[in-house]
Structure formats: C-alpha cells, structure tokens
Design a protein around this ligand. Sequence first.
Ligand code: OAD
Length: 239
Amino acid sequence: MSLEKKIVVLSGAGISAESGIKTFRDGGGLWENHAIEDVATPEGFRRNPDLVYRFYEERRKQLLDPSIKPNAAHKALVALENACHENFLLITQNVDNLHERAGSKNIIHMHGELLKTYCQSCNFEPMEGATQLHFGISCPSCGTLNSMRPDVVWFGEIPKMMEEIEDAIQDVGIFIAVGTSGQVYPAASFVRWAKHAQPECRTIEVNLIPSSGASYFDEHCTGPASETLPKLVDVLLKS
Ligand code: OAD
C-alpha cells in the first residue's frame, strides 16, 4: 500500500535510548560530567581540543560497540518509509547511525553524524570513520594542526539542510516527533511550522512522557518508543 499524505518524522535521542545510547537531558544523560559549552560549542573546541576529541572518541567507541543495535522503533520507521516511498522524510537530530542501520533511506541528519569528520580549515572530508580524532592530529589534506573535528553541529552553529527541511514541511500531511524533548531550536519549532503551512496536518508526539512542547501536538503516544511507535505505524498503514 502507499500512504498518499506526506509524512515527516522528527526523531531525537529518545528513539535510541532503548538501544543503549544515553539521551541528552534525562537523568544520567550524555552531558553528565561535561558542561555543554565545553564539549559542544566552537569556543569549547578552541579552548580545549584535547577534551573535545576525547569526548567524541568515547561517543564513537560506544556507537561502534556490537551491543548497540537499532530497536523496534527504528525498524517501524523503515516500514513506514517502505509504504510511503517518496512521501516520507525522516529528519533526525541524532548523530548516531541507527536509523541507517535499521534501513532508513530518505534521512536528514540535521545535527550531523558522529562517524564523520571534516577539516575546519579546508573542509576536507575523509571517508566515514576513517579518522580517529586526537590532540595533535593534522588534516590529511591541508596539514593544519588540530583542525579536524567531528561533523556534528555545535551550539551556535546552523543545522544542516535547513532548506530541504523547510520545503518538506511546506506540504506535510502527518508530522510525527519521536523521542525529542522539544528544547532545542529550530527542531522544536517544526511542529508549529507544519501547522502553519498545513493547518489540516495531523501532528503526533511519541514520547516516554509528554515533552515541554506537548501542547503543540494534536495526538500523543505516551510510553517507550519501541512499543508505541510500531503500534502507531500499524494504525497508519491500515488507515
Ligand atoms: P533530549 O535528551 O533533550 O530528549 C530526549 C527525549 O526522549 C525526552 O523527551 C525523553 O522523555 C524522551 N525519551 C527517553 N526515552 C524514551 C523512550 N524509550 N521512548 C520515547 N521517548 C523517550 O534529546 P533531544 O530532544 O534529541 O543537539 O535533544 C535535542 C538536541 O539537544 C540534540 O540533538 C543535541 C542536544 O544538544 C546537538 O548536539 C546540536
């Protein structure tokens, strides 16, 4: 079957929580012991590249651990995409690769990707996963010292592919936000952009608990995403 309305899904850290990757803002989150301004800002990187390198290498090691695998929520989105074909876009704030590993294809990593790196000086992008970041590393292309960085969007930087995101939201029929706290902009605004562009658009929040932006959504699926999202997808596919 093929769903005719365009479906845009925004995912956040909560979708990967049950795969073993810690969220940002829940208890024991990723930033525990690290102030955001130290590890997720250009200023923090300039101040202490060694700390930032070690922080992201730890995250990369964790992601590559064989115990970290896509869960039923990631897989449910693949089933939805397979039914919708080009009428489906997944926008993720996550820097992990679990959506791709589950089989998602039409995906935008608006906050970048943990396994990718680039040179701040010449924009050289080595093959994914090819560069281990550590203090004293030089860009393999231009030779600049400590200019390689993780390809993640830090606070104060502009998220990726915003034009494509804005275009997709213009004609959205169903907008689903899964596992995101709604505290980081512009992603937190997408639900309002969707309603503004398409007042008839259905907006659905899938979260363990109602997020701080819950009131902007028409419908709520409350509970662990690995249980609630497959059920929601089943309902959408039968509708
Ligand atoms: P947060 O850590 O802010 O929020 C995670 C959300 O997931 C919370 O609302 C939880 O209630 C929910 N959650 C946790 N476990 C869940 C589960 N099993 N099922 C469903 N929901 C669950 O993460 P994000 O909203 O993704 O940005 O954070 C947004 C951005 O803030 C991140 O992309 C990152 C961070 O700073 C950058 O790195 C630029």
